[in-house]
Design a protein around this ligand. Structure first.
Ligand SMILES: C=CC1=C(C)c2cc3[nH]c(cc4nc(cc5[nH]c(cc1n2)c(C)c5CCC(=O)O)C(CCC(=O)O)=C4C)c(C)c3C=C
Ligand SMILES: [Fe+2]
Ligand SMILES: [Fe+2]
Length: 348
């Protein structure tokens, strides 16, 4: 058994969220349809999800989203995909197994990524969901999709999944160093803006039913932490600011990009940008550690829209700190996390 496993060819699949094919309204609509019809993103019963997504959201949102995408699109394509591909290329230079990328939505899909690996003779895949914190709408849906594809199309392939890494020291060191280098000399506060999720998602994925979205998420230990996105965001912040030696009073945590009328975890980033200048915070630095690569939600919603909201409310200097993207220190972390999982195949 051991011999058979170690003789099999291994490969790595880096998985990110995905972007529309182009900024054409029809491509943005197709992408949003696939994304928002995912039952782990909008978790209503199919009929209600379809009524909301196809009956309401897709009737109004695609042209607005397409305009937003146009402001960040590059000659090479969507920043999220271009950056994920850059990560792949750099990682490929450091490891001796094939590396491919796959997106949860649109192309290149997870199926395309697995197929490319299989065509190179790979039968044991380390799949890396590029999300530091666990969420039903990210890590969980990636694993579900990959398992569905594997069972239906590639039953002979084994997949080993990299777990959320918000609490791994190598990642925290890397993030802290990256932030340290990019922090402006003078700032009144550093804001950690994480992508939000509906509160209901956190209750739903808590197998212990012990998280009540209060102080429990900030406790050192609570049975719910393994699946609590809010806790994992707090923990990321706490450990990074410890490394940076920043006092808690200079730090703000908030959650961005809410959609629809449900209650999402708070405080909301956009509301914070509008209120903090009145509290004397005029020079703000912002980092978005739920994203490892810059994308629409950081380049447009934070760097452009957020800056506008903050300055309109009386803020003076708004400094966006880019994601880890393809920084060499981050590629080293990706390599280490992948190698740990590659090695597990030898232990089977
Ligand atoms: C931590 C990562 C993410 C979580 C959690 C997440 C949850 C989530 N998102 C939506 C709705 C939208 N998100 C959109 C864009 C988007 N979301 C993430 C990451 C997470 N989403 C990324 C990286 C991006 C950018 C993609 C890109 O191409 O750059 C969008 C589309 C853009 C728009 O129309 O504004 C929507 C819609 C929900 C509902 C949700 C949790 C339930
Ligand atoms: Fe999102
Ligand atoms: Fe919690």
């Amino acid at each position: 058994m051991e011999k058979e496993s170690s003789n099999s060819k291994k490969g790595i699949l880096l998985v990110n969220l995905g972007s529309p094919k182009s900024t054409d309204v029809k491509d943005v609509k197709e992408y949003l349809d696939e994304f928002l019809m995912d039952e782990r993103v909008i978790d209503y019963r199919w009929i209600f999800r379809a009524l909301l997504v196809q009956g309401i959201i897709l009737k109004t949102r695609p042209p607005k989203s397409a305009e937003a995408y146009k402001t960040v699109w590059t000659d090479e394509g969507s920043p999220l995909i271009v950056i994920t591909e850059k990560i792949r290329k750099k990682l490929q230079k450091l490891v001796d197994v094939p590396v491919e990328i796959g997106m949860r939505y649109a192309e290149p899909s997870i199926e395309t990524g697995i197929r490319s690996l299989v065509e190179k003779g790979v039968s044991e895949i380390v799949l890396f969901p590029l999300y530091p914190q666990y969420a039903m709408s990210t890590t969980e849906t990636v694993i579900e999709k990959a398992e569905e594809v594997r069972k239906q199309k590639f039953p002979g392939v084994k997949i080993n999944y990299i777990q959320p890494f918000y609490n791994r020291e190598i990642y925290i060191d890397c993030l802290a160093e990256s932030i340290r280098e990019k922090l402006p000399e003078n700032f009144d506060a550093l804001q950690f803006s994480y992508h939000g999720v509906p509160e209901r998602h956190i209750f739903k994925t808590d197998p212990t039913k012990t998280c009540n979205l209060n102080d429990c998420c900030s406790r050192e230990s609570n049975p719910s932490h393994q699946f609590c996105y809010r806790h994992q965001c707090f923990k990321t912040t706490e450990t990074v600011i410890e490394k940076l030696n920043l006092p808690k009073e200079k730090v703000i945590v908030s959650f961005q990009s809410r959609l629809g009328k449900d209650k999402w975890i708070e405080p909301y980033t956009d509301e914070t940008f509008e209120t903090i200048p009145k509290k004397g915070i005029k020079n703000l630095a912002v980092v978005c550690p739920a994203f490892v690569s810059d994308c629409l939600e950081t380049l447009e919603e934070i760097s452009v829209e957020g800056k506008h909201q903050f300055t309109e409310a009386g803020g003076e200097n708004f400094h966006y700190i880019p994601c880890l993207n393809d920084e060499d220190r981050w590629i080293e972390v990706v390599k280490t996390l992948c190698e740990e999982k590659l090695n597990e195949f030898y232990l089977v």
